[in-house]
Design a protein around this ligand. Sequence first.
Ligand SMILES: [Zn+2]
Length: 339
Amino acid sequence: MADSLQRHLEQFKNFPHEAKPHLHVEPICDYGWLVKPKRTAVALPAGKEIGLTLMGLTHGNELAGAAVINEVLAHLGAGNLALDIPVAIILGNPWAAKENRRFLERDLNRSFGRDAAKLKEEIRAKELSPILSTTACLLDLHQTTRPSDRPFFIFGYNERNYEFARAISPRLTIVTHWGKPFSSEGMCTDEYVIGKGGTGISLELGQNGFDPYQIAVGVEACLWAIRVATAELSGESIAHRAATATPDLYTWAEIMNWPVKGYVELRDGLNNFAPVNAGDSLGRCDGEPIRAGASGRILFPKYLSKADQDKLTSRPTELCRVMKAISPTDLPTIKHPAS
Ligand SMILES: [Zn+2]
């Protein structure tokens, strides 16, 4: 795994960016390329210089993102795609990836929109912020810690985000939420892009690792994202593609906090999308049962060994989330915070 990652990081760094007939390719940051068409009729919205940003390795141990990003970059570089918008291609946290860790000092995906710039990820967030703030559309690639029975989009709900996801991969499950930020710890990439007037969504491919099925899903989503972003920025409707399928749609029913004290032991088998009923025991805290407060499906369960819990300097925020299935008519009317 370390070998494949090393290969991917080198491949990304050594991407041949000499002059090409129809494209400009230039570095936009460390581990970031900007690929621009030399001529285009597509005008970006005011204040935006990048039509689409594709990001992988925002969390260092979510390795499939590096493979997806390199494959998309290779297609762009080879001129296999008719490119009409500037596309930024970024590896978010390759330094954490080299250590197969989610992050080194602070979760990069909770480090946007903050003033602090002392910790490694805070500095990286500061470096990426000008790119994301001038990005019209963002697709950020992630993987889950535990197995997932499917890939899924996840984002804060607004109509533009929803349309974007539906047009990219009409069949993929969508997990969406509204009313509160995703996490109380800091802003994610997609929330930051939305706050700057853009469209921003994340795609969870499945359990972390170089899984070829997941990589294929990610590459397909990125290629469609280029098409969909181009259509949207050209003023074409993208809704017709979404109409080809009805995906599963979920939102939180409950966010279960990590107990304030005691040794926490989740029971086996609580993978992403595992069904649970309200009152079911999800595990134990110092021997006392932890019960689901709602019925639905599990998301982002946090399993930590006794040794890992003993080592913690601060306790995790969340134990897991329980999601409920909803239908499109349950979605609120949120056009876009900036429109
Ligand atoms: Zn992630």
